[in-house]
Design a protein around this ligand. Structure first.
Ligand code: 87F
Length: 521
């Protein structure tokens, strides 16, 4: 088509581009969804299976969970993240309250004297301790440390408060931040220099009580991962090399990221054994030492959720933790009465909110439905509810699941029941898919060769082990590389049968148990 401009200049454009331009222009960037994504920068550039690390940092930023900060290893946690953290916190806090565990808050700062007391235990960690040395321009007389964990801050007062057997058990927890000046590849949520966590520190008169609580807390951690975050985990015991230094034993829930073939220590529950420095007078009036536990989970949980469930369209949030579980989007059409559609959207929001669901409507009139679809898919909202003129006529709404993109029309009268059912199905499907992928990554290795092949294939390796510390150190030495060394992740409580004569995959000595091995975050 030719256009004569007043300046006498004429321009020629093909009809196709002109109509696309018109379409785009008239419906506010209403071009095809992928065009919308491209021109609005909504779409993710990197593909999860092609460039995982870059995909991950794109999805946490574009999903508005994280903002990078000008101090390396530190990240801004945005509301989309905090809503998930608070949902898990509410669940966990309610569970530990049932166990008569009390919240408290100890100072952020640790005196050098305090830190020195636990010198041997934190030997290996010392390089990660951040110190405050100045206030304003003047040097502090004594530099003070910022808590990397709070044993050295809390236990002197446990010693003060625990006098007699009536002061036991003493069970305290605190929700706080800790600082560990890590130097190796900081990753949002997974490895950061400051993170949020809860740390429980408990004291008992008997080992039986301590052992019982270690497993009770571990079960609550399993529920956080499997029931809330739809992430399958393995419950197990850490090896002597991987347990808490100076502790008696460490249990953990271990997750796995198939894309990178790396294990993730999801949460730990330790039995520290008897603490020599904290004694009390027992019933018989004798001096006795307390048995102690400590346990924690952190904002790392959220990073694992993104890595396991996210896809090339963005975040995929399990309904149990999603800040918005369903987003209602009006689909106004040409002469359709927009206000009638907007009112219908608000009614649906009210109906579902009334039923206890976290539902919002996106009635912004400066974005096309397609743009909104991409935006809320990127943010991982589990369910999209579309309402157009046709739906109004048929007293129904269109529902699209984020996990499998399946679209169904639901009569408004059945909406509450159907939406509950869809959330349950989405939650279960996310867990089943993640478990299927994790199980497909598990590789049994009975020899060193099978082990090294499985390791190079990014597998979660289950191998018979002689349980000797040196052998684990040797495995680390023989698998050391720029992407890290393989180490034991945990020995699962649920042990497969170990036939008589089974040999250790690494030492060839008689194997004592099955253990999961791999590289980890
Ligand atoms: C970093 C610097 C200094 C871990 C550290 O896991 C000390 C430490 O003690 C340190 N990193 N740890 C071990 C923490 C053990 C324990 N603390 C309470 C837990 C559960 C919560």
């Amino acid at each position: 088509m030719r256009f004569q401009l007043s300046s006498g200049l004429s321009i020629v454009v093909c009809l196709g581009c002109f109509s696309a331009f018109l379409l785009k222009y008239l419906s506010g960037s209403g071009g095809k969804k992928e065009d919308v994504e491209k021109e609005t920068g909504l779409g993710l550039i990197k593909k999860k299976n092609e460039n995982f690390e870059e995909w991950y940092s794109e999805v946490v930023v574009h999903g508005e969970m994280i903002e990078y900060y000008d101090i390396s290893g530190c990240y801004i946690l945005r509301p989309w993240t905090m809503a998930i953290w608070e949902t898990m916190q509410a669940f966990f806090d309610a569970e530990i309250k049932k166990m008569k565990i009390k919240n408290c808050y100890f100072p952020l700062f640790v005196s050098p004297a305090g830190l020195k007391k636990e010198k041997d235990d934190i030997e290996g960690f010392a390089p990660e301790v951040a110190w405050v040395t100045k206030s304003g321009k003047s040097e502090l007389e004594v530099p003070i440390a910022i808590r990397p964990t709070s044993e050295t801050v809390m236990y002197p007062y446990y010693s003060k408060w625990i006098r007699g057997h009536r002061d036991l058990p003493l069970k305290l927890n605190q929700w706080c931040n800790v600082v560990r000046w890590e130097f190796s590849n900081p990753t949002p949520f997974i490895k950061s220099r400051e993170f949020l966590w809860q740390e429980g520190h408990t004291a008992f008169a008997t080992k039986e009580e301590a052992d019982k609580e270690v497993l009770e807390i571990l079960e609550v951690y399993r529920r956080i991962y499997e029931e809330y975050l739809a992430i399958p985990i393995v419950k197990g015991k850490k090896s002597e090399s991987e347990k808490l230094a100076g502790g008696l034993y460490t249990t953990s829930v271990e997750a796995f990221v198939p894309n990178t073939g790396r294990g993730v220590q999801g949460a730990t529950s330790h039995c520290l054994g008897q603490n020599l420095d904290i004694t009390y007078e027992n019933e018989k009036g004798e001096k006795a030492m307390i048995w102690q536990n400590s346990w924690s989970y952190s904002t790392r949980t959220i990073g694992v959720m993104v890595m396991v469930h996210g896809d090339d369209k963005g975040l995929v949030l399990p309904p149990k933790v999603a800040s918005i579980q369903a987003i209602v989007i009006p689909v106004p059409f040409k002469d359709a009465n927009t206000h009638v559609i907007f009112d219908a959207c608000l009614k649906i929001v009210a109906q579902l909110s009334e039923a206890g669901f976290r539902v919002e409507a996106d009635l912004r009139d400066n974005y096309s439905p397609d743009w909104k679809y991409s935006h809320w898919e990127l943010k991982g909202v589990p369910l999209r509810i579309e309402i157009g003129a046709k739906d109004l006529e048929k007293k129904q709404v269109g529902c699209v699941r984020r996990d499998n993109c399946v679209k169904v029309d639901i009569p408004v009268v059945d909406l509450v029941k159907e939406v509950k059912d869809m959330f349950d199905k989405i939650q279960q499907n996310l867990f089943d898919v993640a478990k299927q992928k994790r199980d497909a990554s598990i590789q049994v290795a009975r020899t060193w060769d099978e082990f090294t092949v499985a390791l190079s294939n990014k597998k979660l390796i289950l191998a018979p082990w002689c349980d000797e510390h040196e052998v684990e150190e040797n495995v680390k030495a023989r698998t050391k590389s720029e992407i890290g060394a393989a180490k034991s992740l945990c020995s699962p409580f649920d042990q497969p049968e170990l036939p008589e004569g089974t040999l250790c995959f690494a030492s060839g000595k008689p194997a004592k148990k099955w253990t999961y091995w791999g590289r980890s975050y």
